[in-house]
Design a binder for this molecule. Structure first.
Ligand SMILES: [Zn+2]
Length: 162
């Protein structure tokens, strides 16, 4: 009796020793499973997060030339990373706006940025998620109130453009 792999959707036989197995033994599926586990652990376990941060810091201190060489050798990857980081920031900003119930303000704004696709589902808590289309003013201003007291405000955001 087989089971469907969560990642490639093909059937596989779970190992006798791991009856809970959710992924087949193919390399890409195992890689995805490990990466997913790691992300989950990072999200849930503050101590693990700290350990990872410390070891990354140590590694960077011991390899000061790495990023310089990487950037020189991989300009495309650097640009891609930058774009992805911007998208992550935007998503966090949008989640923040959604949590503050600024949906009406968003909808009536002039179009600057469009946010399309399945990530709309991350913006739970209100009807933004249903439309999966968000229109923002170009400046991406934060809502004026709520800032100091908002518990859900993620730390580490870059300062909003003035
Ligand atoms: Zn698979």
């Amino acid at each position: 009796m087989g089971r469907c792999c969560r990642f490639c959707q093909r059937q596989f036989e779970p190992s006798r020793f791991h009856p809970e197995q959710i992924a087949c033994s193919d390399q890409p599926c195992q890689r995805q499973r490990r990466s997913q586990n790691r992300k989950r652990k990072l999200a849930l376990d503050a101590e693990y997060r700290q350990v990872c941060r410390d070891s990354a810091r140590k590694w960077r201190a011991n390899h000061p030339c790495y990023w310089k060489q990487y950037r020189a050798a991989q300009p495309d990857a650097v640009a891609r990373n930058r774009t992805q980081q911007r998208q992550r920031d935007l998503r966090r900003r949008l989640a923040h706006l959604a949590n503050n119930n600024s949906a009406l303000d968003l909808k009536s704004s002039a179009a600057g940025v469009w946010w399309l696709g399945p990530h709309g589902a991350d913006l739970a808590n209100n009807n933004l998620a249903a439309t999966q289309v968000v229109i923002l003013q170009g400046s991406l201003r934060r809502p004026p109130l709520h800032q100091p007291s908002c518990k859900q405000h993620p730390s580490g955001l870059p300062a909003a453009p003035a």
